[in-house]
Design a protein around this ligand. Structure first.
Ligand code: COA
Length: 161
C-alpha cells in the first residue's frame, strides 16, 4: 500500500468506492463522476492555500481508498483527518497503515501540532483504527456530524506532537 496525491483521473474509482450503502458513517454524499472530477480538480489549489491535503490509497497500482487532512482555518496548527477504504479491502490494515503515513506528513511536513479524527459513535471499525494508531478519545460531541441528512453524535479522537 502506498499514498500519492489524488488525481482527476481517479474520479471513476472514487465514484465506485463511495457509492456504497455500507458507507454509513461518512459525510461525503455519493454524487456523479463529474462531481468527483470537480472535487479532485480542486486538490492542487487546496494544497497551495493550505486548506486540505488529500491522498489516494493505492494497492498493487489500484486506488483502493482515500485519506486526507483538512486544516482548521481558524486554528491552523490543527488538522482534521478523514479516511475510507473500498469495502472489498476492509480488514487488511490499509486504513491503519494510511493513517500512520498521513500522520507523519501532518506532524513532520505540515508541522501540525494536533490531529483530530471525528468518528460517528457507532462506527466501530473507525474507532478501532484510531485506537490502533494511538489516538486518545477526548470526548463525545453531540450532533457534531451531519451524515446523509442526519445529525450524528461523534467521538473526538486526537493526537498531539
Ligand atoms: C473505517 C474503515 C476506513 C476501516 O478500514 P480498514 O482498512 O478495514 O481498517 P483496518 O483494517 O486498518 O482496521 C480495521 C479494524 O477494525 C476492526 N473492525 C471492523 N469492523 C468492526 C466492528 N464492527 N466492530 C469492531 N471492530 C471492527 C477490524 O477487525 C480491524 O481491527 P483488527 O486489525 O484489530 O482486526 C473502513 O471500514 C471504511 O472505509 N468504512 C467506511 C468509511 C468510514 O466510515 N470512514 C471513517 C470515517 S471516520
Amino acid at each position: 500500500m502506498k499514498l500519492r496525491y489524488q488525481r482527476v483521473s481517479d474520479a471513476k474509482r472514487y465514484h465506485e468506492i463511495l457509492n456504497n450503502p455500507n458507507f454509513k458513517y461518512i459525510s461525503a454524499m455519493p454524487g456523479t463522476i463529474r462531481d468527483e472530477e470537480i472535487f479532485l480538480s480542486q486538490g492542487p489549489e487546496k494544497r497551495r492555500k493550505n486548506i486540505a491535503y488529500n491522498y489516494a490509497v493505492v494497492h498493487l497500482g489500484k486506488v483502493v481508498g482515500g485519506i486526507g487532512v483538512i486544516i482548521n482555518q481558524s486554528a491552523r496548527h490543527i488538522g482534521i483527518l478523514g479516511y475510507f477504504i473500498e469495502e472489498a479491502w476492509w480488514g487488511k490494515g490499509f486504513a491503519t497503515k494510511a493513517l500512520k503515513a498521513v500522520e507523519k506528513i501532518g506532524f513532520e511536513k505540515l508541522k501540525l501540532t494536533r490531529l483530530e479524527i471525528l468518528i460517528a459513535c457507532p462506527n466501530k471499525a473507525s474507532v478501532k483504527v484510531a485506537q490502533k494508531c494511538g489516538y486518545v478519545k477526548e470526548g463525545m460531541l453531540r450532533k457534531r456530524l451531519f451524515i446523509k441528512g442526519r445529525y450524528e453524535d461523534a467521538y473526538l479522537f486526537a493526537k498531539t506532537r
